[in-house]
Design a protein around this ligand. Structure first.
Ligand code: IPM
Ligand code: MG
Length: 395
């Protein structure tokens, strides 16, 4: 099999550090296993922008689009690095690729490994201190994503007629300088990601051997976009009668997620809810240092740890590389299924075993999950485990 063309975008801060460990693991699979990669590393992000005035070198997008079987990202974003229009420098790299390569399904597995302390259960005693929780949540309550319903309701409450033009009098809070974000949700966009979720549930069911339920999470009691999303969900669910389906509103869902995580299997959510809920969900698996992701489209795929560039921890060789290493595992898995490559599928299993074995046997871990090891020590230990497993597998 020809080498896979892999484009690596280490990006900013700790993204660069975890990518070193991801590469160490990939090297092990090239050296002791059957995979080979033709790797191009491209600098990018906010730090690169501060140095060069560009988010990434010219031609980088084209390279990602035309010469990459897979893309692996570290993290982008750096304090005080903004484009003239105010956007975060480097956002084009990640959000631009998601959009321009049509990576419509962002898969974020949340799995608690044996040996990882579960912060929600308070098992993480060394750090557990009730004084750490002391907050006031202040919620803006008049606009944002609620705007359209508030506007319609405000007009109705004031006795307005259905077709009467809306004026500022119907919405007294909204005047002066207003910043708008439309939130369009389309039938096509909903259909493909919901189908993806049902297919994933079917694949998981055959792998794990347990029935997999798909939960649709939205806010269809308030927004029209979500109403469409849920309508499409019901249609697609009818095509998959063998798979149980379930529906939840995002507000209640956040509670269920923390309270009864064991009841959830595959969950499908619109973009912003998914962004928020996946950070919350990562706590159930030990935190962001454990959260991997796959961004999948029909033609392209991009993998990244969910954590950001974490400027305050950067340069100290202390962050957890397991999210990045698990993203490599997802990459092997998706390369395997897309290219019908049993070697990549086997390597995905081997890497999963290496990570599981490392954690379950009390291997070195970083501070975020209760250890004292460095990024490098964790990467080296997992790469060594891969080497041993590969030698056995391919002896
Ligand atoms: C994520 C991140 C990104 C997002 C940021 C970095 C733009 O939070 O991948 O979840 O909002 O999608
Ligand atoms: Mg996010």
């Amino acid at each position: 099999m020809a080498p896979y063309r892999l484009t690596i975008l280490p990006g900013d801060g700790t993204g660069r550090e975890v990518i070193v460990e991801a590469r160490r693991v990939i090297d092990a699979f090239e050296q002791f296993g059957p995979l080979s990669f033709d790797i191009t590393e491209i600098p990018c992000g906010g730090q690169y922008y501060l140095e060069t005035g560009k988010e990434w070198p010219d031609g980088s997008f084209k390279h990602c689009r035309d010469n990459s079987d897979a893309i692996l990202v570290g993290a982008v974003g750096w304090p005080d690095s903004h484009l003239p229009n105010g956007d975060v420098a480097g956002a084009q790299v990640l959000l631009g690729l998601r959009s321009a390569l049509d990576l419509y399904a962002n898969v974020r597995p949340v799995k608690l490994f044996h040996g990882v302390h579960h912060k929600v259960h308070g098992v993480f005693k060394d750090v557990w201190d009730p004084n750490l929780v002391d907050m006031a949540l202040v919620r803006e309550n008049t606009e944002g994503l609620y705007h359209s319903l508030l506007r319609r309701s405000g007009r109705a409450a004031q006795g307005g007629e259905k077709d009467e033009p809306i004026t500022i009098d119907h919405f007294p809070g909204l005047n002066g300088h207003v910043a708008w974000d439309a939130r369009p949700i389309s039938r096509k966009g909903s259909e493909r990601v919901i189908r993806f979720a049902f297919n994933l549930a079917e694949r998981r069911e055959s792998r794990i051997g347990m029935p997999q339920k798909v939960t649709c999470v939205d806010k269809s009691n308030v927004t029209r976009g979500c109403r469409l999303f849920r309508e499409v969900f019901r249609e697609v669910a009818r095509e998959h009668e063998g798979v149980e389906s379930n529906e939840a509103y995002i507000d209640a869902f956040t509670m269920w997620l923390v309270r009864n995580p064991e009841e959830l299997n595959v969950v499908v959510l619109p973009n912003m809810f998914g962004d928020i809920a996946t950070d919350l969900a990562s706590v159930l698996q030990g935190g962001m240092g454990m959260a991997a992701s796959a961004n999948i489209g029909d033609k392209h795929m991009l993998f990244e740890p969910v954590h950001g560039s974490s400027p305050k921890h950067a340069g100290q060789n202390k962050v957890n590389p397991i999210a990045a290493i698990s993203s490599v595992q997802l990459m092997f898995e998706y390369l395997g299924s897309r290219h019908d490559d049993p070697d990549a599928a086997t390597c995905s299993n081997v890497l999963e075993q290496a990570i599981t074995g490392h954690l379950a046997s009390g291997g070195p871990v970083t501070y975020d999950i209760g250890g004292k090891a460095s990024t490098t020590e964790v990467g080296e230990a997992i790469a060594k485990r891969c080497e041993d497993l590969l030698k056995k597998q391919y002896a």
